[in-house]
Design a protein around this ligand. Structure first.
Ligand SMILES: NC(=O)c1ccc[n+]([C@@H]2O[C@H](COP(=O)([O-])OP(=O)(O)OC[C@H]3O[C@@H](n4cnc5c(N)ncnc54)[C@H](O)[C@@H]3O)[C@@H](O)[C@H]2O)c1
Length: 259
């Protein structure tokens, strides 16, 4: 699909994957709307990109907030690309804690809400906007890229909520692509392994590399967010990629305890 001249909205654009993807798609000629809850990080990303990029403070768990953000993105031109890569954190824990207490149900719901429900919310609203654009050569109107995780396939101890949410993103990829195919909209998901982003909090990059790198068969290091962005760009450009989840993990498989 033609990236040049299209509008791309990037949810979580103030973060690792979203920021790298926003920058890469901008270099390929897209006009960028950076959507993020964090004003400082989101605005910094849009300012760095320049060239008319806008930042829209957005809470993806809130319908009205996403509707307003998409309307703002559409003022830049035809919306054709939506990349959903927001974080959310929290919710980890064993189903039965060491003290015998069951997993906090609200915490489970929150994780599913922020990762799965919010991803569907952006997908449905972005798809409706993309459906209103003129089709390009080949009948394509646009593409939606969601972010799963390898935890969807091999979640570790304490990851029931996160793994369930990410497995939901995996599971809806094909039916979404089938629903939206007649409208000329493709849907893909990327399932990353371990990447050096803000998702790992304040731990030092050296400590994180030391912890994770030996578990990754090759290349034995954490992923670079730009490697996610490279795949996102290829998904935009390659019209035959549709309805699939791509693991991006250097052949890493989580063990029961992660590594
Ligand atoms: N980093 C990894 O190793 C890794 C691996 C697998 C999957 N993922 C997934 O990739 C996605 C992006 O993660 P990242 O590593 O880039 O994290 P990150 O922390 O660098 O970026 C996440 C961004 O999302 C924003 N955000 C959080 N809640 C939001 C909300 N309600 N509305 C809008 N924006 C919100 C944050 O402000 C932040 O800028 C997450 O879904 C994460 O689960 C990450």
């Amino acid at each position: 699909m033609l990236i040049k001249g299209s509008v791309a909205l990037v949810v979580g654009g103030g973060g690792g994957f979203g920021g790298a993807t926003a920058r890469r798609l901008a270099r390929a000629g897209a006009r960028i709307a950076v959507l993020d809850l964090d004003e400082t990080k989101g605005a910094a990303c849009a300012a760095e990109i320049g060239n008319g990029a806008v930042f829209v403070r957005t809470d993806v768990t809130d319908q009205e907030s996403v509707i307003a953000a998409i309307a703002r993105a559409e003022t830049l031109g035809p919306l054709r690309i939506a990349v959903v890569a927001h974080g959310g954190g929290g919710g980890d824990g064993r189903v039965v804690h060491r003290d015998g207490a069951p997993h906090d149900f609200e915490a489970f719901r929150r994780v599913v809400d922020v990762f799965l429900n919010a991803t569907f919310n952006v997908t449905r609203l972005a798809a409706a906007a993309i459906a209103g654009t003129e089709p390009l050569d080949g009948g394509e109107r646009g593409v939606i890229i969601n972010t799963a995780s390898i935890a969807a396939f091999d979640g570790s101890v304490g990851q029931a909520a996160y793994a369930a949410a990410k497995a939901g993103i995996v599971g809806m990829t094909l039916p979404l692509a089938r629903d939206l195919g007649p409208l000329g909209i493709r849907v893909m998901a990327i399932a990353p392994g371990v990447f050096l982003t803000g998702a790992y909090g304040t731990a030092s990059p050296e400590d994180l590399q030391a912890h994770w790198s030996q578990a990754v068969p090759f290349p034995s290091r954490m992923g670079d967010p730009d490697e996610y962005a490279m795949l996102a760009q290829q998904i935009c450009e390659n019209p035959y990629l549709n309805g699939e989840v791509v693991r991006l993990d250097g052949a890493l498989r989580f063990t029961k305890k992660g590594v």
